[in-house]
Design a protein around this ligand. Sequence first.
Ligand code: GAR
Length: 200
Amino acid sequence: MKKIAILISGQGSTLQAIIEACQTGFIPGKIVTVISNKIDSFGLERAKSADIPNRVFLRQDFTSNLDMDKAIGDYLEDLSVDLIVLAGYMKILTKPFTQRFTGKILNIHPALLPSFPGLHGHQQAIDAGVKVTGCTVHFVDAGMDTGPIIMQNTVPVYPDDTEDTLSERLLPVEHATYREALRLFCEDALRIEGRIVHYI
Ligand code: GAR
């Protein structure tokens, strides 16, 4: 059973989907902590409701991003986590942190990478006029949304879409995609070879 840490900043609907998938046994893992960088993340309430330990790390309590990520890393190492899941964690992790946990950090991005990385993935897709967008689960490396891609799924984009209507369509697809990718990770069924992730 893999020990999972989940990092959030917001609503935590992704966290909720993962909590439920662990409870049903779909993901063979145990969430040992939820970390937020925002004191008012609703996801913290979801963690409490599920009896999962949670911690808040605020940037203002540290002298630098490096110090903050060092503290988070030390905490995660003390817990011996096997997997760090970014679930709407809206802060860029520092290079030493990503290097410390290479191959153990997963992220979901609301666009089909390498298109539309960074903030506002939905709006970037709408502005570009694409007819299909989607989500990408990937390993996290030192770059911004650049790590090896594990899984992607798509949704249509309609001419009158807004960021809200598109994210509402995409979110359930994100949850299903992340569940599946996390299941494969926890079953040791992923192997990275350069840019390519193989299912074994
Ligand atoms: C999700 O749409 C996720 O793809 C996005 O934040 C949302 C979190 O929703 N992540 C990013 O944009 C990462 N750059 P949630 O708080 O309800 O789980």
